[in-house]
Design a protein around this ligand. Structure first.
Ligand code: COI
Length: 362
């Protein structure tokens, strides 16, 4: 199967410089989209074809399109950063490309070659380079590659046609207020994913499954929900859109992957960044009881959440049915801020990229 080359068909009417600059001054998260998108088709027998960069626009879908009924969909999230010399680079895009392939396998979808994934992201960032914020903070251009089943028909089976797209959205802080700690509601009855399910795939269905518990967290006065494992309702898994880290002084722990936890790129990167800074960084099981007990006895000094969108966000208050506690006095912890800074410095090009994580554009 040959790898498609993206044909460039840019917009004759991109947003004006002043309109774009007004958006970049306060982009928020996921509210504005750049002038272009990339689309690539897949059909049975023909494989990947018709790669195009076209003006950002709605995609017409027949009401009987598979994805609208059976949710055969996967996505990714990665960021492009502006560096001090004005150039642009994406962060570990090949990790996202590989995870996209794993997600595709789990949902019986065709695997997009890693090099095609990278080519599509590069084509979009290259065309819409002016949309990569240049503020020197955590601002970036968030890329959202995704794939949907486009066969028309209501039979339940893997579709025989798919559409891969990449769109891009300038991004400031995911949580308004910057590094303000978030509050967490631990759901002890609802689960996000089960063993043998698709919790380790990045598919919209997992996010749909998380919305009710998220609404319950909001009703309990919390920003985010934390899920426990589906069998024992004991072991901490993740927040749905973010992984968790527990700081025990110089020892940093993230829940070990179980098949129902999404393997975050930020989670993986922090294991290395933490070791580079001299911390012991490990993956192991963490129970909810341990979380509460170790906070109360003072050995668990900080907790933070991490993800592409949220970068690193401190956890402040934690609530569960019949209990509540605070991490590091409800303030961002010192280790949390140090790791956040170290990671962001690599991403925005102000620290040495010793792991070769940055993918410069052309
Ligand atoms: C990301 O961090 O990229 C996520 O997937 C979280 C959310 C915005 C879906």
């Amino acid at each position: 199967m040959t790898t498609p080359t993206i044909e460039l068909k840019p917009s004759a009417h991109p947003l004006s410089d002043s309109e774009r600059e007004a958006i970049l001054a306060n982009p928020g998260f996921g509210r504005h989209f750049t002038d272009h998108m990339v689309t690539i088709k897949w059909t049975e027998g023909r494989g990947w074809h018709d790669g195009q960069l076209v003006p950002y626009a709605p995609i017409p879908l027949d009401p009987a399109t598979h994805v609208l009924h059976y949710a055969q969909e996967i996505f990714e999230g990665l960021k492009a950063y502006r560096r001090p010399d004005g150039s642009v680079a994406t962060f570990r895009p090949e990790k996202n490309a590989e995870r996209f392939q794993r997600s595709a396998r789990r949902l019986a979808m065709p695997e997009l070659p890693v090099e095609t994934f990278l080519e599509a992201c590069d084509a979009l960032v290259g065309q819409d380079k002016a949309w990569v914020p240049a503020h020197g903070g955590e601002e970036s251009l968030y890329l959202r590659p995704f794939m949907i089943a486009t066969e028309v028909g209501l039979g339940v089976k893997p579709a025989n046609e798919y559409l891969f797209l990449v769109i891009a959205s300038p991004a400031g802080a995911y949580f308004p207020g910057g590094v303000k700690p978030v509050s967490i509601w631990v759901s002890e009855d609802r689960v996000r994913a089960v063993p043998g399910g698709m919790g380790d795939a990045k598919t919209g269905g997992n996010y749909a499954a998380s919305l009710l518990a998220q609404a319950e967290a909001a009703a309990a006065g919390c920003d985010q929900v934390c899920y426990l494992d589906a069998v024992e309702h004991t072991w901490v898994e993740e927040l749905g859109g973010m992984n968790l880290y527990f700081v025990y002084g110089d020892r940093i722990v993230t829940p070990a992957l179980t098949g129902s936890i999404l393997e975050g790129v930020t989670r993986d990167s922090l294991l290395s960044v933490a070791r580079d800074l001299g911390y012991e960084a490990v993956e192991e099981r963490v129970s909810l009881e341990q979380w509460q007990r170790d906070t109360e006895n003072g050995t668990l000094t900080e907790v933070f959440a991490c993800g592409t969108a949220a970068v690193i966000t401190p956890v402040g208050t934690v609530k569960r049915a019949g209990g509540e506690w605070r991490q590091s006095g409800g303030e961002p912890g010192e280790v949390t801020l140090r790791l956040r800074r170290a990671l962001l410095d690599i991403q925005r090009g102000t620290a040495e990229d010793k792991h070769g994580w940055m993918h410069p554009l052309g």
